[in-house]
Design a protein around this ligand. Structure first.
Ligand code: UDX
Length: 441
């Protein structure tokens, strides 16, 4: 099948590459010429395990193409995917200007009956609006059917998720168009759930909001565990054994970040507000997340009340491991607050330091290894649970006058820490307090 994908962000690029991998002829379109030229050579603009390899092999097999010229790409294509961004407006609602522009571009450049598939996360009702915009602006007498096909991939495992997803949701008002999309996706071997367009649009927001709720819920439980001396990890295991609850997304930490949960939770509050519905529960989820991001700072300030001139190491900057994505990463808020308090911040991340440099405060310094970052530090904060950080040699801390780790991702076993000589505070678990007489305060 000849397919065009508009937008080469995470969703668009992974979709395009995965569709080419299962045998379709795919052209990915982006307005950024420099990015397109790189992608033509198989260079991925994002760090995503397995993506570059698949890009290269499908480019070589002449199934995957990149262009800035949507006119050319749309001309004789049967299916066009919309995968452009829907960034957050100042009031939390989704900005649809890019999606609407693609709808106009499609209307002005299709010469045959076409199925338009919306992958971008769009508020309920948007696909009907896209259909109207296209029909209003069509320059040729062709039939265009718009389908909602929300994306559920996770960064860091996006390629794996494409081939091992739990479901593909197809929201359509036209059976023939839905059949076509189901046929396209057949080789993925992922179960398909067909529904109407509005329900499909809502499935995406409701799923993300529910997962975010799980995270804020376990984070609140973790804070109570700390006060009562319980261990949130044990609690999460015990809860997760109940199949109605499930064991996923119950990892307490410093809150959710990334390109989806923060944006989509706020957008759903807006969507509900637009029909005069006050989504109180979700507002709570968002507030809890905001609070949770700062929880490590409170713990640090309890131990070192004046941070002025102190050297604080940050291990992990990306919003989660296996990605270089810094969007809504807790490291942004935390490093800013540390600098504001007069601390010297030395950061290390295996992959995202280049991205971080343009996002974090210019006073943040970067180390080329964990060892360099923590050397002579007054405290180490762990913000991302990269494997490299989880497997850190704890003996590295031994040379310090007073080793102190505040771990926002529960990277280490509490019992192991008890014999390490390191003062260790994590999330929702009892602290390991050192008997070292050089302790602060
Ligand atoms: C998410 C959804 O999982 C995916 O289905 C959707 O398409 C896009 O948004 P992503 O943002 O890539 O994916 O990452 P995810 O693994 O869901 O993690 C999101 C954030 O939640 C991260 O900051 C992560 O650290 C945090 N998280 C996740 C927790 O704090 N605890 C958990 O148990 C799980």
């Amino acid at each position: 099948m000849k397919i065009a994908v508009v937008g080469t962000g995470y969703v668009g690029l992974v979709t395009g590459v995965s569709l080419s991998e299962i045998g379709h002829n795919v052209t990915c379109i982006d307005i950024d010429l420099a990015k397109v030229n790189k992608m033509k050579k198989g260079v991925s603009p994002i760090y995503e395990p397995g993506l570059s390899e698949l890009m290269l092999s499908n480019i070589e097999q002449k199934r995957l193409f990149f262009t800035t010229d949507h006119k050319e790409a749309f001309k004789d294509t049967e299916v066009i995917y919309i995968a452009v961004g829907t960034p957050e407006n100042a009031n939390g609602s989704a900005n649809l200007k890019y999606v609407e522009q693609v709808a106009i571009d499609i209307a002005s450049n299709v010469y045959r009956d076409t199925v338009v598939v919306t992958k971008s996360t769009v508020p309920v009702g948007t696909n009907h609006n896209i259909q109207r915009i296209i029909e209003k602006n069509l320059i040729n007498k062709v039939k265009v059917d718009v389908i909602s096909n929300p994306e559920f991939l996770k960064e860091g495992s996006a390629i794996y998720d494409s081939f091992n997803g739990d479901r593909i949701v197809i929201g359509s008002e036209n059976d023939e168009a839905a059949d076509k999309l189901e046929e396209i996706n057949k080789p993925f071997g992922v179960p398909v759930y067909r529904t109407d367009i509005k329900s499909a649009e809502m499935i995406k927001y409701a799923s993300n909001a529910f997962l975010a709720t799980k995270i804020s819920f376990i984070n609140e439980i973790s804070n109570i565990c700390e006060l009562l001396g319980a261990n949130v990890e044990e609690v999460a295991i015990g809860m997760g054994l109940d199949q109605r609850i499930g064991n996923q997304f119950l990892k307490a930490g410093i809150g959710y970040g990334g390109s989806c949960f923060p944006k989509d939770t706020k957008a759903l509050i807006q969507i509900a507000g637009n029909v005069d519905y006050d989504f109180q529960l979700l507002k709570g989820v968002v507030n809890v997340n905001r609070k949770q991001q700062k929880i490590l700072l409170n713990k640090l300030e309890e131990r070192i009340p004046s941070l002025k001139g102190k050297k604080i190491a940050i291990l992990g900057l990306a919003f989660k491991p296996n990605t270089d994505d810094m969007r809504e990463a807790a490291s942004i808020v935390i490093s800013k607050e540390l600098i504001k308090s007069g601390a010297r911040v030395i950061a290390y991340d295996p992959i995202s330091m280049e991205n971080a440099k343009s996002i974090l405060d210019e006073k943040v310094e970067y180390a080329s290894s964990i060892e360099d970052a923590i050397a002579e530090s007054d405290a180490t904060l762990i913000l991302t649970e990269w494997d490299e950080i989880k497997h850190i040699d704890l003996d590295l801390f031994k040379s310090m006058e007073y080793p102190l780790i505040i771990d926002g991702r529960n990277c280490f076993d509490i019992n192991k820490m008890k014999n390490s000589g390191i003062e260790y505070h994590s999330v929702g678990r009892p602290s390991v307090v050192s008997t070292n007489e050089k302790a602060y305060v």
